[in-house]
Design a protein around this ligand. Structure first.
Ligand SMILES: [Zn+2]
Length: 57
């Protein structure tokens, strides 16, 4: 049986801790994608909005 990571489509060991993903990173990427698609957010790439940075005159 040849399982593939849904994120990067690399081969994954079914016994892997991160199954069905090849690694934690791919799992997060897929979760992130799922969340943004489900919630329709478009500003997730803004990591830490700093209120003071936009307060300059
Ligand atoms: Zn992967």
């Amino acid at each position: 049986m040849d399982m593939r990571c849904p994120s990067c489509e690399r081969r994954v060991d079914p016994k892997a801790e991160t199954f069905p993903f090849c690694c934690t990173r791919c799992r997060q990427v897929d979760l992130y994608r799922w969340l943004s698609g489900d919630m329709g957010l478009e500003h997730l790439d803004d990591p830490d909005p700093d209120p003071e940075s936009g307060a300059e005159p």
